[in-house]
Design a protein around this ligand. Structure first.
Ligand code: GLA
Length: 379
């Protein structure tokens, strides 16, 4: 049974009638542009064909009731007095809080949710949950859907309520994703430019199955180092420093700060170059830029782990692989490879075997399709 059928069946059984509406929002994989979003730089992710689904109907008592099929648990909260707690129910609460804070008048609802974005794998299951919740509120409360604004509100929910200091990439792509396209996002203006994947190529997600430890503190430390570097150059964000400006004064920075800044500044240039390559349909150039991105994240930004390096190295040895790199925050989780479509099935089998031989771990590798951002799928 599809997730859509499952969520509808659970809703119908639980509430005694079919849902009024079904919404979903996707997870993401980032092709290139890593650790650039919080420097107001460029990213180029795609929304993947894995989603958080919610089947729901409005309630008239200002209350939200949500059953999670994944957690086999339910939560309920009143919109009038939201209070912080811990656990998965903080995501719906956080979005309710941020929407209210932005001035929206909210209607309550009841529903069921299910998700096939793997949790904690670095594919933005949290952002997909947040955007699905925002979409649910938009539907029952009847306010217009402004995708970048909903992304900002969801980011605020995650930053200020959940307490994770993420950038805007994950929420933006879950909101603005487009089927068969990656999206170049300017994280300063939030301008989003969909770009078709080069013909004859496929995107393969490679889950190392290692999970990120201490990621929040390492992530925050990187952010701080980027801010220090920006302050040194007298600009608001590293986005404002060109590679030439950097090179001219790089020797005055401490070794660590210099390498962190080198990554961000060069990654912004690579991401813009990758968008050019996409526009030309130049898959070879795109793959090469992805390789360079990984090397920079490994050597200068230092956010890979051994397993990410292993799966990327093994990928690059396989025929038909045009480029491979870690994706997301790093320290574990997933890599992404661009491969020739005709070789994609062989690639998945070969990389699975090679990574297993090298590490003893069984990765999960699959071809993904770029999908649309948060949307209503049934009424
Ligand atoms: C995480 C964050 C994003 C972004 C990436 C790194 O996924 O949520 O905002 O910073 O790491 O590119």
């Amino acid at each position: 049974m599809s997730l859509k059928d499952q969520v509808i069946a659970d809703f119908t059984q639980r509430f005694g009638a079919p849902p009024d509406v079904v919404v979903r929002a996707p997870g993401r994989v980032n092709l290139i542009g890593e650790h650039t979003d919080y420097n107001e730089g460029f990213v180029m992710p795609l929304a993947i064909d894995r989603h958080t689904w919610i089947a729901l109907r409005p309630r008239s008592d200002g209350t939200v009731f949500l059953h999670s099929m994944d957690h086999d648990a339910s939560c309920t909260f009143g919109l009038a007095q939201l209070s912080k707690d811990r656990g998965w129910q903080e995501y719906p609460k956080s979005v309710a809080w941020a929407l209210h804070d932005a001035g929206y008048t909210l209607t309550g609802w009841e529903g069921t949710t299910i998700c096939d974005v793997p949790l904690g794998a670095g594919l933005s299951s949290s952002a997909s949950f947040e955007l699905a919740i925002a979409k649910a509120f938009a539907e029952v409360s009847g306010f217009p859907w402004d995708a970048p604004k909903m992304a900002l509100i969801s980011q605020q929910a995650e930053n200020q309520w959940v307490g994770v200091n993420c950038g805007i990439m994950d929420q933006m792509i879950s909101a603005v994703g487009q089927a068969d396209h990656a999206v170049l996002i300017d994280c300063r203006s939030l301008e989003a430019t969909p770009l078709p994947l080069p013909s004859g190529t496929s995107v393969v997600i490679l889950d190392t199955t290692t999970r990120r430890g201490l990621v929040d503190s390492a992530y925050n430390e990187r952010r701080q180092q980027c801010e220090e570097a920006a302050a040194f150059f007298g600009v608001k964000m590293l986005r404002d420093v060109t590679l030439d400006q950097f090179t001219a004064r790089a020797d005055q920075l401490s070794d660590t700060t210099r390498r962190r800044a080198q990554h961000v500044i060069s990654e912004n240039e690579r991401t813009v170059a990758a968008a050019d390559a996409m526009q030309r349909g130049d898959a070879v150039a795109l793959g090469q830029l992805m390789n360079e991105s990984h090397d920079s994240l490994r050597d200068d930004f230092e956010v890979t782990n051994q397993e990410l390096n292993e799966i990327v190295d093994r990928s690059r040895e396989i025929e038909g692989c045009l480029g491979a790199r870690m994706t997301g925050a790093g320290f574990g989780g997933c890599a992404v490879a661009l491969v020739q479509s005709e070789r994609a099935a062989d690639f998945v089998a070969s990389v699975t075997a090679a990574y297993h031989d090298a590490t003893g771990l069984l990765p999960s590798a699959y071809v993904c399709q770029a999908s649309d951002g948060a949307s209503v799928v049934a009424r």
